[in-house]
Design a protein around this ligand. Structure first.
Ligand code: PLP
Length: 559
């Protein structure tokens, strides 16, 4: 067991004696000071807090005249729970109940012999793991979701209010929006960091501004991790979003008027794949393909025939609302036959790819674009992966082609997100997203709802509410929203309704899986969805489900 100890000048004598005595039974790191010269207590509290927060030490001991200043300073750090202890009872209770990991002692308040006893009691008392204490400690951690932004309470209460509202919504509702997820605290820390302050036009080692060493390091880390995680030859982590990642590929490889063949928006494709109202549809000649009318799945033979006829420069696959696996090997064959570039937009399934729950497009495609905030669960942003031979073209398309300075804080959060996937522990998570989706989908289907393509292989499915209940996706989504279940209306292939009304809803399981929900919870949620959709005018059912959903959400806290 490792103990880190420090004091200010007021606690110096006691600290010196304690450090020596503790060294007889423990590994002790003494962070100073080394004499009684007047010094500033936060410097020493910070040093101890960093050692404990990083895991370099198991416990911290801080001594000043009252212990109060030290505890305040140490408690500013994540994962630090610093308690002032005046008695051995204090030490016992704060360990058991609060799981304190730093003990703060007032040198004016207790004798040095008793102080030693307090510290020994502190480090030898185990944390009480009974339900009520775990629950309360969890609430302390959860309060941090708000306290992270609580400076705004004074500086900008209106913005703080919006953050409170989002926090409450996440805490009390079931989020099934297939394109959303819940970011980790680590990602949010990086995204909100001072890296936001830096202009860094260019790329690591070749910037237009001075002072870029810190951001060079973080961007290089993000690029390297992206390549390692996805097995890519080159990564550009600067695109601000998924749409601009796609723009980068088009700008790098196409001239205006060139042909892109892509899945059309109303069939599950994305705006940036050539929608008429998007830059992609305005600049390029778009040849849309569809799913098969009967199976509602991609028909690779039909895609091949169409591509052979229309000779696109880029054949683009990937979707926002396609519930089935995509056969990238088959798409590669088609591209080789046609002699066109293969581009895959894996925005929705990137997390499944990273976790091995969907085949990776990277070995097959010339370009893979993605967002980092959907199943991947990182910050809102985009990325392009490509073969080395296209690296230069992609990099110049992003900067100076279409963007100025990169968002280095967001790039840092991307790096954090990639690292979270690299350990391999998230493989189970990716599998669980898909497993949860299968169960949720089956539950709704068993209640008589028509599922587009009959099921799902990934993190989302589409319910045809129009043919099942004669209602629009818009009405279905509104009723579910009133019941605390958040989905989105979505067109289904060959939809007879307008994109504003739609015949379907899209349901995804990334966010609920991040919260730790599993199959039993999916059965509950699926049953609620059917209960609400069976009669969208029944507000009593909506209220009942809202209450039950809130109870369930409370049991699965958002990270
Ligand atoms: C979400 C998505 C994008 C990009 O979205 P942005 O909002 O621009 O980040 C791109 N392609 C697909 C397939 C998507 O689903």
């Amino acid at each position: 067991m490792k103990i880190v100890i420090a004091s200010d000048h007021g606690g110096f004598e006691m600290k010196t004696v304690l450090a020596k005595a503790l060294a007889e039974g423990f590994a002790v790191i003494d962070r100073g000071p080394s004499d009684k010269t007047a010094c500033d207590y936060p410097d020493y509290a910070d040093a101890v807090a960093l050692d404990v927060a990083s895991g370099a030490a198991d416990f911290g001991v801080l001594v000043c005249r009252t212990g109060a200043g030290m505890s305040m300073a140490a408690n500013r750090f994540q994962n630090i729970r610093a308690a002032i202890c005046r008695t051995t009872d204090d030490a016992t209770v704060t360990r058991q109940h609060n799981g304190a990991n730093v003990v703060c002692i007032g040198a004016d308040l207790v004798s040095v012999e008793y102080a030693l006893e307090i510290v020994k009691t502190f480090v030898s008392t185990p944390v009480d793991e009974s339900e009520r204490h775990v629950r309360r400690r969890m609430k302390v951690e959860r309060a941090q979701r708000l306290s992270d932004a609580s400076g705004l309470l004074k500086d900008d209460p209106e913005v703080f209010e919006a953050i409170v509202a989002q926090t409450r919504q996440e805490d009390t509702e079931i989020n099934l929006i297939a394109s959303e997820n819940t970011s980790s605290r680590a990602c949010r820390e990086a995204a909100g960091s001072v890296l936001m302050n830096k202009y860094a036009e260019g790329y690591p080692g070749k910037r237009w501004y001075s002072g870029c060493l810190p951001v060079d390091a973080v961007e290089e880390l993000a690029r390297r991790r992206a390549c390692e995680l996805f097995g890519a030859e080159h990564a550009n982590v600067q695109p601000h979003c998924g749409s601009s990642a796609n723009m980068a590929v088009y700008f790098a490889m196409l001239q205006p008027g060139d042909t892109i063949m892509s899945l059309s928006l109303d069939q599950g494709g994305h705006l940036s794949h050539g929608s008429a109202v998007n830059f992609s549809g305005k600049l390029y000649n778009i040849v849309p393909y569809t799913v098969d009318r009967t199976s509602e799945m991609l028909d690779y033979d039909a895609i091949e025939r169409q591509a052979m006829e229309t000779k696109p420069k880029i054949l683009l696959t990937g979707a926002s609302a396609y519930p089935r696996k995509i056969d990238f090997r088959r798409i590669r064959e088609i591209c080789d036959k046609v002699g066109c570039l293969m581009m895959v937009d894996m925005a929705h399934i990137a997390g499944l790819v990273a976790g091995g729950a969907h085949e990776s497009p990277v070995p097959y495609a010339d370009f893979v674009t993605t967002t980092t905030h959907k199943t991947l669960g990182g910050p809102r942003g985009g990325m392009v992966l490509c073969k080395e031979k296209y690296a230069k073209a992609i990099d110049s398309a992003v900067f100076p082609g279409m963007q100025g300075g990169p968002l280095e804080n967001i790039i840092a959060a991307k790096a954090v997100c990639f690292k979270e996937w690299m350990g391999g522990e998230k493989k189970d998570y990716a599998r669980q997203i898909v497993g949860n989706c299968a169960v949720l989908c089956a539950t709704v289907k068993d209640r008589g709802y028509r599922i587009v393509s009959g099921g799902t292989d990934n993190h989302l499915f589409l319910v045809d509410v129009k043919s099942t209940k004669g209602i629009t996706g818009k009405a279905a989504a509104a009723a579910l929203d009133a019941a605390g279940i958040v989905v989105n209306k979505n067109t289904i292939p060959f939809d007879s309704e307008s994109p504003f009304n739609t015949s379907g809803i899209r349901v995804g399981t990334a966010s609920v899986t991040t919260r730790g929900m599993k199959e039993p919870e999916m059965i509950k949620i699926g049953t609620w969805i059917a209960d609400v959709l069976d009669d969208v005018s029944n507000t009593a059912v909506q209220e009942r489900v809202k209450r039950e959903a809130k109870e369930l959400a409370a049991k699965f806290p958002v990270p």
